[in-house]
Design a protein around this ligand. Structure first.
Ligand SMILES: C[S@@+](CC[C@H](N)C(=O)[O-])C[C@H]1O[C@@H](n2cnc3c(N)ncnc32)[C@H](O)[C@@H]1O
Length: 270
């Protein structure tokens, strides 16, 4: 049951970011994959699309889904999420419905489509938006963290998105070209196995550099958003709250403390 009380509809409309964080903090760690400050930065990046009935896209569901869902519930529009983990979709839908849909009087099924499959599949992945006649204006990409996968997702998105759109990515400081050795080593550690060495040719430039170059080769105008995450992340409680888990992730290279300012990056393109 996630029907905890924050206040009335009017209270939520007055303080939507506080409400978003209130709901985010109800999530367990496995579904709460981004810092609070990043969740708010996503919500703020959606400001230009308020009351426009626009469609939003994300790959890799979790707290980010709540930011997109709250935007749609308050200001209209629809959202599409891809995540290979179907249970995460079912769980997040129940949180969105209980904690947000109930008090705002919106039906989660009318706003949110969750596709429990590979985001890049040609038949049910991002390209399917064309068949559905949907032209998304916003994409947040946070699924399988390799440059190869991210590049494919963003290329597929740019083929179907609106002529003016926003593209945002998580873990933008990552430098993993074709395999995510940090993730693999995290799974190996759980199996009691030692780490495997990352091959030198797996290292690319940070995603925020690689993706900006990709966008510049696709769009005539690419404008970096001055997102609020970069101002707020240092005082974000999230990092302290999950300190022990993050210490482990740091050791395996899943998180790099000194690169955290580029954990989130976003661009407006046209
Ligand atoms: C880092 S988590 C997402 C965190 C989430 N954005 C949040 O705000 O909490 C990555 C997710 O991507 C999903 N995933 C991994 N590979 C995928 C793929 N090829 N297509 C779609 N989802 C994928 C995983 O199941 C996982 O739930």
């Amino acid at each position: 049951m996630y029907d905890f009380n924050f206040g009335s509809q009017e209270d939520i409309r007055r303080s939507p970011e506080e409400f978003l964080i209130f709901v985010k903090r109800l999530l367990p760690r496995w579904a709460n994959g981004i810092p609070d400050s990043e969740c708010v930065a996503i919500f703020r990046a959606l400001e230009p699309y308020r009351d426009s009935g626009s469609s939003l896209v994300e790959t890799g569901s979790g707290a980010s889904s709540l930011a997109l869902f709250l935007h749609c519930a308050l200001y209209g529009g629809t959202m599409y999420s891809w995540d290979t983990n179907a249970s995460k979709g079912a769980y997040l839908r129940s949180v969105a419905s209980d904690a947000i849909g109930r008090v705002l009087g919106v039906d989660v099924h009318k706003i949110w489509r969750f596709v429990a499959f590979d985001s890049t599949n040609p038949h049910v992945g991002l390209p399917v938006m064309r068949e559905l006649n949907i032209t998304p204006v916003f994409g947040f990409f946070d699924s399988w963290h390799t440059l190869e996968h991210l590049t494919l997702e963003i290329s597929q998105f740019t083929e179907i998105c609106a002529s003016r759109a926003t593209i945002a990515i998580d873990d933008a400081y990552y430098t993993k070209r074709y395999e995510n050795y940090s993730y693999i080593n995290m799974l190996r550690a759980k199996l009691g196995l030692g780490s495997v060495q990352e091959p030198v040719d797996n290292v690319c430039q940070p995603y925020y550099v690689e993706i900006e170059n990709l966008l510049k080769s696709t769009f005539s105008r690419v404008e970096k958003i001055e997102d609020s995450y970069k101002q707020d992340f240092q005082s974000d409680l999230f990092f302290e709250y999950f300190e022990s888990d993050r210490y482990f992730m740091n050791q395996l290279g899943m998180e790099q403390k000194n690169a955290l300012a580029h954990r989130f990056d976003a661009w407006r393109v046209s």
